[in-house]
Design a protein around this ligand. Structure first.
Ligand code: LLP
Length: 417
């Protein structure tokens, strides 16, 4: 359920007509519904009401400060993967004790920044990283809370680019090695072992792979306890999918029931790192038709947004529904909806029946709240678009449209030119 609905023939975000936002802010524009963000955070959080837990929103999915602040106000923490994400989350006011830090390539300066900020734990992804964290923490006279990110070798049955929990993926430490690393971690001066972590992939539409992975980690936890290594935090990662098209992912409540059942006898504090599930359907990208062209074999609808603004279709062949901002088209047409970028992969819709958009028509690409703006770039020297948040009958720009001056910010002509 989200708050992008038609009233008559006009698409609204909550109580605001999309047309009105575009008239003021311009096109293309990302628009987020605050009510949907809150609703999705709450329904995820409530799914675990029966057990101690922290929802650490995965910043990478949508890192706008206003989005982060929305979840922090509801008691959320964050999952970060860089010093930049930590900076954003702290700016938005996150409690550092609710920050978990994942990622296979943490730099020294990022580790130091996280230690000085007092984050809860590092999700360690390699043997060398564990050693490095201990060295840096010792130098600073601190102890780093750590969990080992275990790669459970379970197939999440999703797109290969977003599968992370199979042995051939770069993520985490395999079970055998992780057991040895826990023993070693206990002896390292800068380390306090506090948890165990997994994240097996994104856009999962079944609960089984999560539960299968949890079962594998439970066996590890049992053995570690018998060796005197007691873990307090069980980080189950993110990955719960959403409906883009015809998928039928489990509701957070159903996912919650099964996860709680699988973990309850452990008596651990659960941590979750959801991204897409919370923000995906809370955002849309609105664009405008520039031109259309008909060929015998194909119809093209050229718009003012491209793969630099929403990369998912070009990158993963992802489906995003497309809806007219005002429904006044004369029927449907099978077409590609393409951007202005000079690449054939620059499409947002491929060979699909869509409304017969004409010049000047505005359209909304649905489910664009996750990995939409966050993955956008200024490729082809296209300034990144504005972001807007709607609450009830109000809306505000939460990130200004970039200007051409922004494009060359920091560029210098060398003295030898
Ligand atoms: N935790 C870790 C360690 C992750 O790597 C990710 C996502 C998450 C949590 C959040 O996963 P989510 O709940 O959003 O599924 N750009 C791709 C998705 C990449 C996901 C990367 N990791 C896309 O547009 O589909």
């Amino acid at each position: 359920m989200n708050h992008f609905q038609y009233k008559g023939n006009e698409l609204y975000a909550e109580e605001v007509a999309i047309r009105e936002i575009v008239a003021k802010v311009g096109s293309p524009v990302y628009i987020y519904s605050q009510a949907t963000l809150e609703r999705h955070f709450r329904s995820f959080d409530e799914a675990f009401a029966a057990v101690p837990h922290t929802v650490c929103y995965s910043v990478k999915a949508n890192s706008n400060l206003a989005v982060l602040k929305t979840f922090i106000n509801l008691g959320g923490g964050v999952d970060i993967v860089s010093g930049g994400e930590l900076f954003r989350a702290l700016k938005a006011g996150v409690d550092p004790r609710k920050v978990v830090y994942s990622g296979v390539g943490k730099r020294d300066d990022e580790i130091e920044y996280a230690l000085n900020s007092g984050i809860l734990m590092f999700n360690v992804e390699s043997e060398q990283e564990l050693t490095r964290i201990s060295e840096i923490a010792s130098r600073l006279g601190k102890k780093a809370g750590i969990a080992i990110r275990v790669n459970p070798d379970v197939d999440p049955q999703t797109h290969p680019y977003i599968t992370t929990g199979l042995k051939n993926a770069k993520f985490g430490i395999t079970i055998d090695r992780a057991m040895a690393e826990y023993a070693r971690a206990k002896t390292l001066p800068g380390i306090e072992v506090i948890g165990i972590d997994m994240h097996i992939g994104s856009q999962l539409t079944k609960v089984n792979p999560f539960v299968d992975s949890i079962e594998k980690l439970k066996v590890m936890i049992g053995t570690l306890r018998s060796q005197g290594i007691d873990l307090r935090y069980f980080d189950c990662g993110g990955g719960l999918g959403i409906q883009y098209n015809t998928e039928e992912p489990p509701l957070p409540a159903d996912y919650g029931k099964e996860i709680v059942a699988a973990t309850k006898d452990l008596g651990m504090h659960l941590v979750f790192e959801p991204g897409r599930n919370i923000v995906g359907n809370a955002g849309i990208l609105v664009a405008t038709c520039l031109y259309t062209k008909e060929r015998d074999e194909k119809n093209f609808i050229m718009i003012d947004a491209g793969m630099n603004d929403l990369a998912r279709p070009a990158l993963y062949g992802s489906f995003h529904g497309v809806q007219p901002v005002v429904k006044d088209q004369d029927g449907m047409v099978v077409a590609d909806i393409v951007g202005p970028i000079c690449e054939s992969g620059d499409f947002l819709v491929k060979d699909r029946e869509v409304p017969m958009f004409k010049q000047g028509d505005q359209m909304a690409f649905m489910s664009a709240g996750a990995y939409g703006f966050a993955m956008s770039s200024s490729y082809n020297s296209r300034p990144r678009v504005a972001e807007v948040m709607v609450k009830g009958d109000r809306f505000e720009v939460i990130r200004e449209r970039e200007t051409v001056e922004d494009l060359i910010k920091g560029e210098r002509l060398p003295s030898f030119l």
